[in-house]
Unconditional design. Structure first.
Lengths: 241, 75
């Protein structure tokens, strides 16, 4: 009987260059994205085939999402958001294949992605607006005695953004995979328990249902990660208050 | 009661917060759905906002999970 968190163990395949199973599955996810998009757009035609329609659909999906949240001048960040969305989505989906490794179930990976997003927001905000970027922390139309508290709250909420952005993806993927493993373990435990073995298909049904839920969560969390990235970038682009 | 027992009790109590976050997410999607049924033509434009609210509410519940994990594995 394996422990449910054993699936997250890092194993080094080539210790000399620290190439682990996490690195391998990141390379696999990257190869799927780059190879798939290159293949889908290699035979470009006016009436798209199945692969080209899928690639265009993916592109238009992210494009519409950015149009709604950041507006036209957010389009310079389209490559960043599209890369983040496809990488998180592919890494989540590849991780659902049994015996594979989920890259996004490691906090350090999601935290690196979140720091990339917030770093872009801060660097672009200061480059584009200069010191005016600090107005992000000062809400307008507030009575003076309340202002210090609100500035403090705004600063805390800004600092908690990379934490919550990374923790959300990490915790969703990790908790889902642990739940899958535990229900799969129930099948084995009930099957080996003599009379109650007739009950063992019940957790199997549950594991199949959980797998469908995890498929939904994998797509949903990639969407949430991308749309929150757009919203944080929107703060750096338009400082209204 | 020794310290490790209290640790597990604390981890279990921290998980109550995730149930409260579930109530928040349920409220958001319930209200979104009731609004969408009243005015289906406006539903699509507010779809992203419903998910943003749900993601923020869920994020606060996930902090509870992190408290539980810290209690179990770090402290």
């Amino acid at each position: 009987m394996h422990s449910p968190i054993e699936q997250f163990e890092i194993k080094y395949f080539i210790p000399q260059i620290l190439f682990s199973n996490a690195s391998l599955f990141m390379v696999i996810a990257l190869a799927i994205i780059v190879g798939g998009l290159l293949l889908a757009t290699s035979k470009r035609s006016l009436v798209p085939g199945r692969a080209q329609a899928f690639a265009e659909g993916l592109h238009d999906f992210v494009l519409n999402m950015m149009n709604e949240t950041t507006g036209k001048d957010g389009m310079r960040f389209f490559p960043l958001v599209f890369s983040l969305f496809t990488f998180v989505l592919t890494a989540n989906l590849v991780g659902l294949i049994p015996y594979s490794f989920t890259v996004t179930s490691h906090l350090i990976v999601t935290f690196a992605l979140a720091v990339l997003v917030i770093g872009t927001v801060i660097v672009y905000g200061f480059m584009h607006h200069g010191a005016h970027f600090l107005h992000l922390f000062v809400p307008s139309g507030v009575p003076g005695w309340l202002l210090p508290f609100l500035v403090l709250i705004e600063i805390i909420s800004f600092i908690s953004r990379p934490i919550s952005l990374s923790l959300r993806l990490f915790a969703n993927m990790m908790a889902g995979h642990i739940a899958l493993k535990i229900f799969a373990g129930f099948v084995v435990m009930l099957g080996a328990s003599g009379f109650f073995a007739i009950l063992s298909p019940l957790p199997l049904v549950m594991a199949v249902a959980l797998m469908a839920l995890e498929l939904l969560v994998a797509c949903l969390q990639a969407y949430v990660f991308a749309i929150l990235t757009c919203i944080y970038l929107n703060d750096a682009l338009h400082i209204d208050h | 009661m020794d310290l490790s027992t209290l640790k597990f009790l604390g981890a279990g109590l921290a998980c109550l917060g995730m149930g409260l976050a579930a109530m928040g997410v349920g409220t958001i999607f319930g209200n979104y759905l009731s609004g969408a049924l009243r005015n289906p033509s406006a539903a699509d434009s507010q779809f992203a906002r419903a998910f943003i609210g749900a993601a923020l509410a869920e994020g606060l519940g996930i902090f509870c999970l992190v408290v539980a994990l810290i209690l179990l594995f770090v402290v």
